[in-house]
Design a binder for this molecule. Structure first.
Ligand SMILES: Nc1ncnc2c1ncn2[C@@H]1O[C@H](COP(=O)(O)OP(=O)(O)OP(=O)(O)O)[C@@H](O)[C@H]1O
Ligand SMILES: [Mg+2]
Length: 259
């Protein structure tokens, strides 16, 4: 089957149990597709289900029902073993790089780990140096530990690791939310450049409309477990059709006049 879609999800549903052990739906009948090379911004308030959707898409969590087709392959019920192969092509950068980078490992180990796991055929050290260069970190960083870096630098390390195997698809979950605004735009520019250069498709998750506007070709707006609006970034932000989107835009002072 020829298709320029990298990802298609159909009717995804996911429930969790609340503290009283009653199920509540976090993903409600979500359908979405992403074209090859597209950067889709996924925006919505805290608790709307963005992270859960990201985790379900890359099968860190199982959905209750629905379908996930990645790169032409139905991965909805793929075994852990077969998923391992697919993971080479789909990576995630987590919200908190400090939490996701092993504090006892050097940068060299952290960045080479996916290369080792997936039997990288060429020289691993050369590739680590190349990646450090691509994300703007000095060669001399290689033997340092995560705590020896600033938040922005740690995010660069997480990016280097995520693109090490040249994935086809990347999920970035609140990747700049913990950073100062000036550092945010540096990291956003870096992600967007690397993603374009490597022809990676991406879902960029953020609760912050300004961040989403900066990086996305298209936007999907999530509210209480549903996608309520999807379209080109400018269309959605200039002429939102859903009240929830309007509310999100109105909640950011000066956002509308900022175009
Ligand atoms: N493992 C879990 N068990 C139970 N409930 C969960 C679990 N993970 C998430 N939830 C709940 O599911 C809902 C959606 O959470 P999720 O983290 O996906 O939202 P989010 O949009 O990413 O929010 P944020 O912007 O704060 O990161 C929330 O009510 C959350 O408390
Ligand atoms: Mg989240």
């Amino acid at each position: 089957m020829m298709s320029n879609k990298i990802l298609e999800i159909n009717n995804l549903e996911k429930s969790f149990l609340d503290p009283n052990k009653n199920p509540f739906k976090v993903l409600k009948n979500i359908s979405l597709s992403i074209k090859s090379g597209e950067i889709l911004g996924l925006v919505g308030e805290s608790g709307s289900g963005k992270t859960t959707l990201g985790r379900v898409i890359i099968r860190l969590l199982n959905s209750d029902s629905g379908q996930i087709i990645f790169n032409g392959q139905d991965i909805t019920s793929l075994s852990k073993k077969l998923m391992r192969k697919v993971r080479k092509d789909m990576q995630i950068i987590f919200q908190d790089p400090f939490g996701s980078l092993n504090p006892r490992h050097t940068i060299k180990n952290i960045i080479s780990e996916p290369l080792v796991i997936h039997n990288y055929k060429k020289n691993i050290l050369d590739r680590v140096y190349e990646l450090l260069h691509q994300v703007g970190l000095d060669k001399s960083s290689i033997n340092l530990y995560p705590h020896e870096f600033s938040g922005g630098q740690r995010q660069r390390i997480a990016i280097a690791r995520a693109i090490a195997l040249k994935p086809k698809f990347l999920i970035a979950d609140e990747s700049v939310s913990a950073l100062d605004v000036s550092i945010q735009s540096q990291i956003l520019n870096l992600i967007s450049r690397l993603v374009r250069e490597n022809n990676i498709s991406m879902i960029f998750i953020s609760h912050d409309l300004s961040v989403i506007r900066h990086i996305s070709d298209n936007i999907a707006v999530m509210n209480k477990g549903s996608i309520v609006e999807r379209g080109k970034t400018e269309d959605v932000l200039v002429k939102p059709t859903h009240n929830y989107t309007k509310m999100l835009i109105d909640a950011v002072p000066g956002f509308k006049t900022n175009f």
